[in-house]
Design a protein around this ligand. Structure first.
Ligand SMILES: [Mn+2]
Length: 354
């Protein structure tokens, strides 16, 4: 097995039995239900000494991100729970407002129409919140198990280790600046600027007949690999066969099923990829399918990778449409380890399939 290089951002998992929880996205109600189903008390303690592990993306979109984060920060401090950072926590730390983060970023007033009512974070607590999150690792691991938000990428792990004890946010800025400098010197830079300024409005217009923008595609592809912290928390991209519109923008690169290349024996549990309990949703002909597996199946070359994100972050859509929780296809689930059984917030369970 490939040994993991040493970094203060990679930390050991506790020994013993674990329950690994998928992306919560501010859904405090579902998290409370799931903890109850798994047998934990209100502090995250288990009578059999099991421990909670979270794969990141605790916040954004749901009704109570402040409660989820405040609760988990305390549980992590008390060593009842362990957590890695997801891309949504990185956005808070890097002061990068994105869709669904208006509970924290006051300037995102456009989020209110979509996601409110939701609880906002008190201004006075924001500095302490970021200070606590900045202490969380990117990777948790022990011999039989690896936890990362989106992708286990040996080259990215090594590049992070190479920066030694540089703090997380400083590392992130260092990699972003390094990419931007290399990009600005590349043959693509002028074309990229031209595409971006010529089509600034059209890039967000779903009804525009968008052609394939080569320099923009190249920029997005390069950037997804260039910052290894971004690569671990967002995954890497590949060229899309054709432009497609998603999450408010025309896109030319698509998420890549990196697990097809993962050959180690240690299991990797991830979140991030919006899996559905009932199996893969149909994929349009011009899109790359990310999941081909059934809802409870292991993924990849050696069936050693498992995404535990069952799309709790889309539950707001059902609330907005008046769909009852009992009829929702979006869930919060955990994998019991070493049992490899899934438990859902409503008590439904499933045995995972290799
Ligand atoms: Mn994510």
């Amino acid at each position: 097995m490939n040994a993991l290089p040493a970094s203060h951002l990679f930390r050991p998992l506790p020994g013993g039995a674990l329950d690994i929880v998928g992306d919560v996205h501010g859904e405090w109600g579902m998290l409370e239900q799931l903890l109850y189903r798994l047998g934990y008390d209100e502090y995250g303690r288990h009578p059999q000494g099991r421990k909670l592990v979270f794969v990141g993306d605790l916040c954004d979109r749901g009704q109570d991100s402040p409660q989820v984060l405040d609760w988990l920060i305390e549980a992590v401090r008390a060593e009842h729970a362990w957590a890695v950072l997801g891309n949504h926590e990185m956005n808070l730390l890097m002061d990068d407002p994105k869709d669904g983060s208006g509970w924290y970023f006051n300037e995102r007033t456009q989020d209110e129409a979509r996601y409110a009512p939701w609880r906002h974070y008190p201004e006075a607590g924001k500095a302490a919140l970021c200070e606590a999150l900045a202490q969380w690792p990117l990777v948790l691991q022990r011999e039989d198990l690896r936890i990362v938000h989106a992708a286990w990428l040996p080259e990215s792990l090594q590049r992070i280790a190479d920066l030694g004890d540089m703090p997380l946010c400083e590392q992130y800025r260092w990699f972003e600046d390094d990419f931007r400098q290399q990009y600005d010197r590349s043959v693509w830079a002028a074309r990229y600027e031209e595409e971006q300024s010529r089509l600034a409005a059209q890039l967000e217009d779903e009804n525009f007949a968008m052609g394939f923008l080569e320099a923009t595609a190249h920029y997005d592809l390069w950037r997804s690999h260039a910052n290894p912290i971004r690569a671990l928390t967002c995954g890497v991209e590949v060229m899309a066969p054709a432009p497609f519109y998603a999450n408010g923008r025309w896109r030319f690169t698509a998420r890549c099923p990196w697990w097809q290349q993962y050959e180690d024996d240690a299991a990797v549990l991830i979140g991030h990829y919006w899996r559905l309990w009932d199996g893969p949703a149909p994929v349009a002909a011009d899109r790359l399918p990310l999941f081909v597996e059934e809802g409870a199946a292991w993924q990849g070359a050696k069936k050693a990778v498992f995404c535990v994100d069952y799309s709790a972050g889309a539950r707001w859509r059902d609330r907005q449409k008046g769909v009852a929780a009992a009829a929702s296809g979006y869930h919060l689930a955990a994998m019991r380890w070493p049992e490899q059984v899934l438990v859902r917030e409503d008590g439904v369970t499933a045995v995972t399939v290799k």
